[in-house]
Design a protein around this ligand. Structure first.
Ligand code: ZN
Length: 145
């Protein structure tokens, strides 16, 4: 899924999340959309979601501000992989091999459209474990220095 759309929003950050769901639970945009609407939001707060098998689903249009990181929604694109909670209910990097591959490719595609943006994790901006790995370091090679 290669997207060539480029929003007029001034994108400075691509923020990586987990869905904070159990590692073996495969959820997608439709599920997240239902959940986020139940919170009174305008549907799925992420722009992209990577399912357990590496399938990339489009959530909120990139032209619209997301609802995923307080104070950063207007200058960012939100990307979430499905998972983030291990069998004991603790935060963990539960990414499948397929998700790792798909996430890296997706982030590469996005940053090609927003050169100069930084790839970060939700935890860089909030007291949370999300996305349960160091996204800034892992994807530093995709960003301009
Ligand atoms: Zn998050």
């Amino acid at each position: 899924m290669k997207d060539t759309f480029k929003t007029k929003r001034d994108i400075k950050e691509i923020i990586v999340h987990c869905t904070a769901t159990a590692a073996d639970k495969d959820i997608g945009v439709a599920d997240i959309d239902r959940y986020h609407r139940s919170l009174g939001w305008r549907g799925c707060g992420y722009h992209w979601v990577v399912r357990l098998d590496g399938t990339v689903e489009a959530g909120r249009p990139e032209g619209d501000d997301g609802a995923h990181c307080t104070g950063h929604n207007h200058i960012s694109i939100g990307v979430a992989y499905c998972g983030g909670i291990d069998g004991r209910g603790a935060p963990a990097d539960t990414r499948t091999a397929e998700q790792r591959t798909a996430l890296r490719r997706l982030l590469g595609d996005i940053i090609a459209r927003y050169p100069g943006a930084k790839i970060c994790g939700h935890r860089d901006f909030a007291a949370k474990a999300c996305p349960c790995f160091d996204a800034t370091t892992e994807y530093a090679d995709l960003c301009e220095r």
